[in-house]
Design a protein around this ligand. Structure first.
Ligand code: GTP
Ligand code: MG
Length: 231
C-alpha cells in the first residue's frame, strides 16, 4: 500500500471540490480543463461573456490579460497554465471575441480579453471591441485585481497600449506589463528594447516574456499566483 494518493484519487477529490464552487455549480461541468501537475496551476474554462454576467459578482480575484490583437494574450495564458490550448489561439487576429473566464487553482480568475488595434477588423467591429474592453476596465461592474498588459517586444507600447495604461491608472487598477515575443529579438535588440521601456515608463512594472519559448513563465506565475515551481 502506498501512502501518497494516486492520480485518480486526486482527480476525484478535485472534481468533488469543484462541484462545491458556486460558479461551477451554476455553469455545470467545465468543458475544458488542465490536468494537475506538480507546481503548475490547475485551470478550468468557465465561460465567455459579452456583457453583464453573474460571474462578475463572484468573490474571487480577477487577473485580466489585455493587449493588441495577435500580441499573444491567449498564448500567454496557456503558457502560464502549462498547456497549449485551454485559451484558443490563432494566427488570425481577432480570434478572441468574448471575455473568457478561466478559474485557476480554484481561487483566481484569469480573464482573456479581446484584442484591439488590428487594422483589418472593420471599423464597426473594432468600435464594438473597444467598447467591450472599456466596459470591463472602467464600467464599474468588474473589479480586476491586476491588469496584465501584453505588448510586442518588436513594436513597444503603441498608442492604444498607452491609452490602456492610462485607463488602468485612472481606474486605480494595478498594472503589470509583459514584453512578449522577446524570442524574436537579437541580444542587442533585446537590451535596447528593455532600456527604452525603462526610460519611457520608469514606474511601470514589467517582465520580459516569451509565451512560445517559455521565457519568464516561472517569474510571472510567481507574481500572479505565488506559485514558484514548474514550467
Ligand atoms: P487575439 O485573441 O486575436 O487578440 O490574439 P492573442 O493576443 O490572444 O494572440 P494569440 O495568443 O492567439 O497569438 C497570436 C500568434 O502569436 C500565434 O501565432 C502565436 O503562436 C504567436 N505568439 C504568441 N506569443 C508568442 C511569443 O512569445 N513568441 C512568438 N514567436 N510567437 C508568439
Ligand atoms: Mg486571444
Amino acid at each position: 500500500m502506498t501512502l501518497s494518493k494516486t492520480r485518480q484519487e486526486k482527480h476525484k477529490e478535485r472534481h468533488a471540490a469543484q462541484k462545491e464552487i458556486p460558479i461551477l455549480k451554476e455553469t455545470g461541468r467545465p468543458k475544458r480543463s488542465t490536468k494537475s501537475a506538480a507546481g503548475i496551476p490547475h485551470a478550468v474554462f468557465v465561460k465567455g461573456i459579452r456583457g453583464s454576467d453573474s460571474i462578475l459578482g463572484q468573490p474571487l480575484p480577477q487577473i485580466a490579460f489585455v493587449g493588441r490583437s495577435n500580441v499573444g494574450k491567449s498564448s500567454t495564458i496557456n503558457a502560464l497554465l502549462g498547456v497549449h490550448n485551454i485559451a484558443r489561439t490563432s494566427r488570425t487576429p481577432g480570434k478572441t471575441q468574448e471575455i473568457n473566464f478561466f478559474l485557476v487553482n480554484d481561487n483566481t480568475f484569469f480573464v482573456d480579453l479581446p484584442g484591439y488595434g488590428y487594422a483589418k477588423v472593420p471599423v464597426k467591429d473594432a468600435e464594438q471591441i473597444r467598447k467591450h474592453i472599456l466596459w470591463y476596465l472602467a464600467g464599474g461592474e468588474a473589479h480586476p485585481k491586476l491588469i496584465v498588459l501584453i505588448i510586442d517586444a518588436r513594436h513597444g507600447a503603441t498608442a492604444d497600449d498607452r491609452e490602456l495604461m492610462s485607463i488602468a491608472g485612472k481606474e486605480g487598477h494595478p498594472l503589470l506589463v509583459l514584453i512578449n515575443k522577446i524570442d524574436k529579438l537579437s541580444g542587442n535588440e533585446r537590451t535596447k528594447c528593455l532600456r527604452e521601456f525603462t526610460e519611457t515608463y520608469p514606474t511601470t512594472e514589467f517582465i520580459p516574456f516569451s509565451a512560445t519559448a517559455k521565457e519568464g513563465v516561472t517569474a510571472v506565475r510567481k507574481r500572479l499566483l505565488g506559485t514558484t515551481t514548474g514550467q
